[in-house]
Design a protein around this ligand. Sequence first.
Ligand code: HEC
Length: 162
Amino acid sequence: MEPQHDFHKSAKAISRMLRMIFGFFLVIASLLIYLMVDPGLTAFKAAPEVVVEPAAADAVAEEDWDKVEDGIHVRTGFVAEEGYMTVVNNCTNCHSARLVTQNRMSRESWEATIRWMQQTQNLWDLGNNEEIILNYLATNYAPQKKGRRQNLENIEWYVLEN
Ligand code: HEC
């Protein structure tokens, strides 16, 4: 074997070794840099599962989901009259049921409110349910006729003593 050839070979071997060492350090360096950026290795952990529950559900246990007490649907506060479940199912998805129950309107105003939500708030087409919902709202959430509350009766007044 010629010495020149020999030299050539060992030079190649050394260069290969150097490249391997360099590559090795490159890998270590990238790992260290990654650890600086993400010390918790969060990218390798499964994302925590986010469970979103409707706010109204917090206070009501699963078995009480559809409980009606004293004519009131406990979970939402709706009057449990004909059609109320249709209202619960269509009117509590975007906002609290209270936004509905705190209002009292004529049938026309309820309809206008629904149209407004459909035109501006992405409320879906209610189809046949619209009639049920409007009947329910116009019956149970109509404007109150009395301008002021009735006089209190059967009160046991107590005497202030000094
Ligand atoms: C697609 C979402 C969505 C659905 C479903 C929905 N609404 Fe609404 N509604 C809204 C938004 C948004 C507002 C405005 C809320 C606010 O101002 O904070 C609103 C407001 C209201 C208001 C208050 C209006 C006012 O003038 O203050 C009433 C009453 C109401 N909704 C009734 C209903 C009824 C009844 C239903 C069932 C037919 C219903 N909503 C279903 C989105 C929706």
